[in-house]
Design a protein around this ligand. Sequence first.
Ligand SMILES: NC(=O)c1ccc[n+]([C@@H]2O[C@H](COP(=O)([O-])OP(=O)(O)OC[C@H]3O[C@@H](n4cnc5c(N)ncnc54)[C@H](O)[C@@H]3O)[C@@H](O)[C@H]2O)c1
Length: 320
Amino acid sequence: MKKILITGISGYIGQCLNLYLSKKYKIVGIDKKKIKLKNFYLCDLLNKKKLKKIFEKEKPDIVIHLAALAVIDETKKYSDFYNNNFLVTKNIIEMMKITKTKKIIFASTAAIFKKKKGNIRENDIKKPISNYAKTKFLCEKILNKSGLDVLSFRFFNVCSSMYKFGCGEIHKPETHLIPSVVYKALNNQDVHIFGQDFNTKDGTAVRDYFHVLDLCEALKKGVSYIYGIKGFHTFNIGSGRSTTVLEIISFIKKNYNKNLKIIKIKRRSGDVDRLVCNINNAKKKLKWKPKFSHMKKIISDEVNWVKFLNKKGIKRIFKK
Ligand SMILES: NC(=O)c1ccc[n+]([C@@H]2O[C@H](COP(=O)([O-])OP(=O)(O)OC[C@H]3O[C@@H](n4cnc5c(N)ncnc54)[C@H](O)[C@@H]3O)[C@@H](O)[C@H]2O)c1
């Protein structure tokens, strides 16, 4: 059984992925946030001494590198992202060389691309605007030069939950749209829309929302695919569908009979009009296609997740 080391395993995607892969693979997880898990190491990836011991003990076959500071927060500086996301990735590369681990799948982001009218392909122009995206792009560059076999997956907007397994999105603060809108709708709170002046059909931003289950399946396919490749390869991973903020809000209003009060706020710096991907490369090479990334499934699984959190008395924190 192959051994996969997942960094950032305590996060939203890490927890879901661990559940998804653990039947087929031996999973070892690292995070600086403690969770109850078998084969888990509490470790800041900036701590090279501790990290080296873990790598030398575990000698993983593959690394799936999810750990990152991944918040949309205008108060955070470039150095906050660089000193975590970039330096951590550098450490991982160094450790992989020590233990002769050759294969890594990296969690990159749609935000490295320049906005485009059509759907974005892997080789389209890169123009990261946010500090977060700039450091992710830098990570891609060192991975490209690392001599390792790399799949860089540019995730578009991952969302929804595996609520039946107690797994879903909780960021502190929560800045992502779908968890915010669904939570607020179910808890009768005001919903905030950032920006109504985007160059889109209804003035709100267009994004490519896709279900975390589809992401887990894409990563699983990636684990098989990476054994047949050498060098650096990129994949856009999303649904390939475009949805505006208002469309999501209207869907919830209509299907959950909620009379949401909307508060309009100016757009956040770094937010672009449209980010939607072309998934043909992933479909063809990974033999993957999204199955659950339609609004009905995405919202209903998120609604069930919010109900689960409410039952447990777990509150979400929002900036707005
Ligand atoms: N959620 C999305 O929509 C989305 C979109 C694009 C890319 N991504 C990328 O996917 C990855 C996972 O995203 P997520 O939504 O699960 O984020 P998350 O914030 O829920 O999880 C990230 C985890 O990384 C850990 N971490 C960060 N720095 C660390 C360090 N120095 N040492 C040890 N652990 C550290 C955190 O403790 C956290 O548990 C991130 O790299 C993110 O940039 C996510």
